[in-house]
Design a binder for this molecule. Structure first.
Ligand code: AMP
Length: 477
């Protein structure tokens, strides 16, 4: 069996890996690390949970440390683009942990928090920046950041970027990168448009595929329960009360749905918390910490919010509502059965979700074993009580639910206002980014340098001249 020590990684990296107790690379790490170390472009098809973050973080740190030099002012040597702030934080934490003995700097750049500390962190130049596309575009527009010094560019979770409408900003960012650079591109699935983007960004890439397209992990025991939509809540309480449910993620389609389900569970005596795009950074962090600590048995989440959740030991994934994109089903259930453990995925399917189920079974080329709990008297009685405990959710037509619904409402409203006012996407002054957004804390953490300097230098968002309609994109991260 290959050991990390066989891969030729710098000693300080091996020490950091030993500190974490990792000795053997995962399959994607074993394949990707030598390729990235050699400087080649890479196309990686892998889900979260496969160890893909270390698969790019380790060789990037190795390359930066091998050729140590000061990053240009307001610039960075490695840029990682991530679809969500949670994932960006996690990736940066990985870089910090693996780079602990290298003395390199790492910073995160994402929306929903103050600009000032981010500008300060970038000012002197940083070795690795992990950013969401929207906020990075703002910094580029403000000239508080530039991409001239980027030697390695990573696009992570590309398929999720597509779902979030980030393809235009990504192309814009890529157009400002130096021509001479190394590109790494990761995606769990490879729909046509993502393949096209990969073709534009990558030069003669080596390909590493860990999870074949849209197939589900074998160690996950999947099942499906047919149930009336209004009886899903008591069914959920019943499933979660089962003694073998240790830690579960419950997926809902909408943010309001997540809140309502969590409220109902708590009212039913099941410790739960919700996490989605409308929660402040502090609220998300508290919910995640309680979940990791085992104080919360069920974390109710929307797809996008769940994307960045890196919690091992999730025993159950419950699809309270089926996703309207089949690939999301694969992502969701992949939150369980990590690190060689088994996992259980239970999906609830109401009549109006039958076509979604069909799509999922077609895409995953399987039939999910099902049980029929429709017309179940005990659930009917429990549903009547449930309505008294917490108001029932408003039904949303599953076909009409937009995967972008997880965009924080304020930004979405602002985007729509701009669109209505200008007849098509043209916004002024950075749209919903300004005002009322000073709630996040400590979003920038230059390793060993800028930590804890979030105070001062508040900046209420860049002033931008309105450009032609087609040049504007919607700020949604
Ligand atoms: P990722 O796919 O990057 O989200 O990683 C999934 C989880 O596996 C994270 O908790 C990592 O810290 C962990 N991990 C990554 N590489 C290894 C390894 N070689 N051995 C054991 N655990 C790992």
């Amino acid at each position: 069996m290959t050991q990390f020590s066989d891969l030729g990684l710098a000693k300080p990296l091996l020490k950091a890996l030993a500190d974490k107790g990792y000795t053997q690379p995962t399959p994607i790490q074993e394949k990707a690390i030598p390729i990235v170390m050699s400087g080649k472009d890479l196309l990686g098809i892998a889900q979260t949970g496969t160890g893909k973050t270390a698969a790019f973080a380790l060789p990037i740190l190795h390359r930066l440390a091998e050729d140590k030099k000061q990053a240009p002012r307001r610039g960075f040597r490695a840029l990682v683009l991530s679809p969500t702030r949670e994932l960006a934080t996690q990736i940066a934490d990985n870089f910090k942990a693996y780079g602990a003995h290298l003395g390199l700097t790492v910073a995160t750049i994402y929306g929903g928090v103050k600009y000032g500390p981010q500008m300060k962190a970038l000012a002197a130049g940083v070795d690795v920046v992990v950013a969401t596309p929207g906020r990075l575009m703002d910094h580029l527009g403000e000239k508080s950041a530039h991409l001239n010094g980027v030697e390695i560019f990573v696009l992570d979770e590309a398929d999720q970027m597509l779902d979030l409408g980030f393809v235009v900003p990504i192309r814009k960012i890529a157009s400002q990168l130096p021509k001479e650079r190394q590109n790494l591109f990761f995606s769990a699935t490879m729909p046509g448009e993502i393949g096209k983007l990969a073709g534009e960004l990558l030069k003669d890439p080596a390909q590493v595929s860990i999870t074949p397209q849209a197939t589900t992990v074998e160690r996950i025991q999947q099942s499906l329960i047919f149930v009336e939509a209004q009886r899903k809540r008591p069914l959920l309480a019943e499933v979660l009360s089962n003694f073998d449910v240790e830690r579960s993620i419950v997926f809902t389609r909408t943010k309001r749905g997540a809140d309502r389900v969590a409220k109902y569970l708590t009212a039913s005596g099941i410790e739960s918390a919700s996490i989605h795009g409308d929660k402040t950074q502090g609220q998300r962090e508290r919910a995640l910490a309680a979940f990791k600590a085992g104080e919360v048995k069920a974390l109710v989440a929307t797809d996008i919010a769940a994307r960045g959740i890196d919690v091992n030991d999730i025993s159950h994934v419950i699809n309270y509502e089926l996703p309207n994109v089949p690939e999301a089903y694969v992502h969701r259930i992949g939150r369980t059965a990590r690190k060689g453990k088994d996992g259980v995925a239970i999906s609830f399917c109401s009549d109006d979700e039958r076509s979604l189920l069909k799509d999922i079974e077609k895409a995953t080329r399987q039939r999910i074993p099902s049980f029929d709990r429709r017309n179940d008297k005990s659930l009917a009685a429990a549903a009547a009580v449930a309505d008294k405990l917490a108001p029932a959710e408003k039904r949303v037509d599953p076909r009409k639910a937009d995967p972008r619904n997880d965009v924080p409402s304020e930004l979405r409203r602002q985007r729509n206002r701009n669109r209505n006012r200008n007849g098509g996407g043209q916004g002024k002054n950075g749209g919903g980014r300004q005002g009322g957004q000073g709630k996040g804390q400590n979003q920038v953490q230059g390793q060993g340098q800028n930590q804890g300097k979030a105070g001062g230098g508040d900046f209420r968002g860049p002033k931008r001249a309105a450009g032609p309609a087609e040049k504007r994109w919607s700020p949604i991260d």
